[in-house]
Design a binder for this molecule. Structure first.
Ligand code: HEM
Length: 410
């Protein structure tokens, strides 16, 4: 991968944050630093006839808006693509794009699948399968860490969480990759739409089965959960199943592959990991901050909100995007944010969001990265880059999709 081209504050006038290439091919750190300092609420001009939108870059402002689901709703979409189209077809049904009491009800049901007891077996399996994947990778001359190791861990975890039968897993992975369609600069919207429908249909069938014969997996929890004595509708069940796959697969994968690349690029931090000088838990959070797998989420303002102390007003109906990519590098919150330090503490990164929609899979995501780091510490003596890496093309998910490396055995 050629290194990304650094944009300068002078490029802001032509910056297009909706374009996947902006994030894959350019380094925005100077731009973000400038926006945080001078225009923490920046009005991004309209692109291709879609509405313009606010770009919020400071940690304090991003956290504040994440927390405020009274004045900023998720029900008109929570990512740029849906926000700019004016809505999300799963609004009012899928937890991530539902607010108020209905959100609380759906979240309460979902939380049963995420209780530490429910996750015990899933996490044990994550540790075991991660060790196996790393052992296999070490045994080979060379591997693509992103595809051969990082790709399998989250999907196995989500499939375990949802009780997806072994025989269906490859199909579910393929559909997920197509639905997100992030593996190249060009993607087919029709194929992505079809894959999304296929995933929904698959979980519809699985949920029917689990209603008749429930287990303790997330599909059963959704299929049998009651709100005021009434079950969720089949539409609510399948869109929430979909959100677990979409929310938990590529995000964790990006953070793991990006974490390994960061370790290759920072040999002193690799040594700190190997020597046991840093806690795995602390290292996990620095990898989450450093990689920031979800670049942004967003909201729509429900009322006029004065912001920024410069007479600016977010108007009711405006789209407001919250850039963790910038907030996680905010020098007001992090000492030397541009340094990758596995021992960093405190580490109030916003990679899992904040407030009422805080990521339900945070424990699971952390467990996956922890299993990877523990495996690397115990089984791998060194990691060597063996070719060009490749970045994801998306305005939402940031990370490495191909990472050719040689892992030397301990
Ligand atoms: C919500 C990031 C892993 C399921 C979120 C949000 C973020 C996020 C930033 C907040 C969205 C918003 O406020 O609009 C991540 C990252 C992950 C990860 C970086 C991995 C490193 C997972 C996993 C799962 C999951 C493993 C499930 C298997 C969800 C769900 C929500 C959510 C269901 C919606 C919660 C709600 O609206 O109440 N995630 N996530 N995530 N995440 Fe994750």
């Amino acid at each position: 991968m050629p290194s990304r081209i650094m944009l300068s504050p002078g490029d802001i006038a032509t910056l297009d944050l909706t374009d996947p290439r902006t994030h894959a091919e350019y380094d925005l750190s100077e731009v973000w630093r400038h926006l945080r300092r001078t225009q923490p609420f920046y009005w991004h001009p309209s692109v291709g006839g879609a509405p313009g939108f606010w770009v919020v870059s400071r940690h304090a402002d991003v956290s504040e808006i994440y927390r405020d689901d009274k004045r900023f709703t998720s029900e008109k979409g929570n990512v740029l693509t849906t926000l700019l189209m004016g809505g999300d077809s799963a609004a009012g049904m899928m937890a991530a794009v539902t607010d108020g009491p209905r959100h609380a009800d759906i979240r309460k049901i979902l939380l049963k699948a995420f209780s530490p007891r429910a996750l015990e077996g899933v996490v044990d399996h994550i540790r075991q399968s991660t060790r196996e994947l790393l052992r296999d990778a070490v045994a080979r001359e060379e591997c693509d860490f992103a595809r051969d190791v990082a790709a399998d861990i989250p999907l196995t975890a989500i499939c375990d969480l949802m009780g997806v039968p072994e025989a269906d897993r490859a199909k579910v992975l393929e559909l997920t990759a197509t639905a997100l369609g992030n593996d190249g600069a060009a993607q087919s919207p029709v194929a992505a739409w079809q894959a999304r429908n296929d995933i929904l249909a698959y979980f519809g069938t699985l949920a029917e089965e689990r209603r008749r014969n429930p287990g303790d997996d997330a599909v059963s929890v959704l299929a049998t959960g009651l709100v005021e004595g009434r079950p969720l509708t089949m539409d609510e069940i399948v869109v929430n199943c979909y959100s677990l796959i979409i929310g938990g697969d590529e995000t964790s994968r990006m953070s793991m592959a990006g974490g390994v690349l960061a370790l290759v690029e920072h040999p002193a931090q690799w040594q700190a990991l190997k020597s046991g000088e840093v806690d795995i838990a602390t290292a996990v959070d620095e990898i989450l901050r450093w990689t920031t797998p979800a670049l942004h989420f967003g909201r729509t303002a429900l009322e006029d909100v004065p912001v920024g102390g410069q007479g600016q007003v977010i108007r009711a109906g405006d789209v407001v995007t919250l850039w963790s990519d910038s907030a996680n590098m905010d020098e007001e919150v992090f000492d030397a944010p541009e340094r990758f330090l596995l021992g960093r503490t405190p580490n109030k990164h916003l990679s899992f969001g904040y407030g009422p929609h805080f990521c339900l899979g945070a424990y699971l995501g952390r467990a996956e990265i922890a299993a990877m780091l523990t495996g690397l510490r115990e089984l791998v003596a060194s990691v060597e880059l063996r070719g060009d890496t490749r970045r994801n093309y998306s305005n939402l998910l940031s990370g490495i999709t191909s990472l050719p490396v040689a892992l030397r055995p301990e």
